[in-house]
Write a protein that binds this ligand. Structure first.
Ligand SMILES: Cc1cc2nc3c(=O)[nH]c(=O)nc-3n(C[C@H](O)[C@H](O)[C@H](O)COP(=O)(O)OP(=O)(O)OC[C@H]3O[C@@H](n4cnc5c(N)ncnc54)[C@H](O)[C@@H]3O)c2cc1C
Length: 246
């Protein structure tokens, strides 16, 4: 078992530098962390303190880091608005450039580094794509040509595809394959895959599963289903890493 040294947990304030609308319900917040000594492994998350004006509470919520650890002066998170939610509604409707937040991290054992394995399969649903995107950005930015990564991600509709353009660009790289499947799209114009990720889809897109490392992220049910499926396909449990967005 490979031992990886932990990154120190730090707490700091950072202003929002940019707000990017990814989909009608998803926004990326880019924080300016210039000069901040903050390092993390691709796939880890931070805790964000979010003031909630209706009650005066200070909410603390976990958000995966979307940006690559190689981007030293910026830290990005991508938040999906949950109907009836508190923090996610504030973060996707109220936040503007210049607003400052308290950030603490990094946290989590759901991460990948090149020493852990060179053949990886990333399975995500909805906002579960965020830490997987961080891993892909890291592979791209570090020029890790000897690493092969396949991302299989499901969204509901075409409009809900987070990072649409960048995913297309990543798919052009020789060592990265991106497959998007839409579970509810009715439009004919969508020529990609449809339906939930299942065993035959994984086999078709990934080929031989042996020796590969699997990273699963999304709602608990998605992660549990994918894990059961992979174990059923003979993937050893030590080759499966999971992150559930509760
Ligand atoms: C490790 C980790 C990483 C994460 N990374 C991301 C990420 O990258 N992007 C992202 O978007 N999210 C991420 N999440 C989820 C995130 O932390 C929040 O849980 C999410 O944003 C919802 O927070 P909220 O305050 O809006 O919702 P909350 O107010 O906590 O509510 C959550 C849900 O419960 C429902 N609910 C609330 N109260 C009740 C009630 N009384 N009865 C019934 N239902 C109720 C709400 O309608 C809502 O759908 C991550 C979670 C974890 C654990």
């Amino acid at each position: 078992m490979l031992k990886v040294e932990k990154k120190p947990i730090v707490e700091f304030k950072a202003p929002v530098k940019k707000v990017i609308e990814e989909t009608p319900t998803v926004k990326t917040l880019v924080f300016d962390i210039t000069g901040q000594d903050f390092d993390f492994f691709p796939g880890q998350y931070i805790m964000l303190k979010v003031p909630y004006p209706p009650t005066g509470e200070e909410l603390r919520r976990a958000y995966s880091i979307a940006s690559s650890p190689l981007t030293k002066d910026e830290l990005a998170i991508t938040v999906k608005r949950m109907e009836g939610g508190k923090a996610s509604v504030i973060l996707t409707t109220q936040v503007k450039e210049g607003d400052t937040f308290l950030i603490k991290g990094p946290y989590g054992k759901f991460f990948w580094t090149e020493e852990m394995g060179k053949d990886i399969v990333l399975l995500g649903a909805g906002s579960g794509v965020v830490p997987l995107m961080c891993i892909l950005r890291y592979i791209r930015d570090k020029g890790l040509r000897d690493v092969n990564a396949t991302l299989l991600v499901s969204y509901t509709y075409y409009e809900e595809i987070i990072y649409r353009e960048e995913l297309q660009q990543l798919n052009e790289l020789p060592n990265i394959k991106v497959v998007v499947t839409l579970t509810r799209e009715q439009e004919e114009r969508w020529k990609g895959r449809r339906g939930r990720i299942n065993a035959s889809m994984i086999r078709e897109e990934v080929g031989d599963l042996s020796g590969k490392l699997f990273y699963l992220c999304g709602p608990p049910k998605f992660v549990d289903d994918m894990k059961t499926l992979l174990l059923g396909e003979g993937v050893p449990k030590e080759n499966i890493k999971t992150e559930k967005y509760n």
